[in-house]
Design a protein around this ligand. Structure first.
Ligand SMILES: [Zn+2]
Length: 186
């Protein structure tokens, strides 16, 4: 029955393509900040994953079900390992945001990926804030602001947001008293 065999092979090929493509495409989130960049990297890593899967499929095409399954499992594990290792190594290079205290800034000139504060260097000539300290404090009020006086203020919680960890060596300029004062003024 050639039809049934064909369909089976199509399923195998689809699996060999989908597994690496779907996992490696996620690398684009790690590499790019802008949507254009993400689009580019998603295409690039998707293509690499596709080639890898396609090549492997042809390598084991004539093999038994067991050998194909093992190869597919290895492909899955290798893809996940690549994603994990790349994201871990990228994480260790992140800078701590002075505003929110998360290790969430790619480079000196990038926007924080947690509180979305822009680098002070872009504002220092605008005269809106006299000194950097005022700029940091203003943004901390936005980020740590409360909705009611009963709300608990904890600068170190949660420990992780969107995979970004808090740097426990970081210290806020803002105090809990100042946040409450600010709330009462509003
Ligand atoms: Zn931040």
């Amino acid at each position: 029955m050639p039809d049934k065999t064909d369909r089976k092979e199509q399923i195998w090929l689809t699996l060999f393509l989908l597994v690496p493509v779907l996992i490696l495409v996620r690398l684009s989130d790690i590499f790019a900040e802008s949507n254009t960049g993400k689009f580019f990297f998603a295409g690039l890593f998707g293509a690499i994953g596709g080639l890898l899967g396609f090549g492997l499929y042809h390598f084991v095409k004539a093999s038994s079900f067991l050998k194909k399954s093992i190869t597919l499992t290895i492909l899955l594990l290798v893809s996940i390992s690549i994603l994990y290792l790349v994201s871990e190594s990228k994480k260790s290079n992140l800078l701590t945001c002075e505003v929110c205290g998360y290790k969430s800034i790619n480079s000196k000139d990038s926007i924080c990926q947690v509180c979305e504060t822009k680098p002070w260097e872009r504002f220092k000539n605008w005269k809106a804030f006299e000194v950097k300290r005022d700029y940091i404090e203003y943004n901390q009020l936005l980020f740590f602001g409360i909705d009611s006086l009963n709300q608990k203020i904890d600068f170190y919680s949660p420990q992780t947001i969107k995979t970004f960890d808090k740097d426990n060596n970081w210290k806020p300029i803002l105090t809990a008293e100042k946040i409450r004062e600010d709330f009462l003024l509003e």
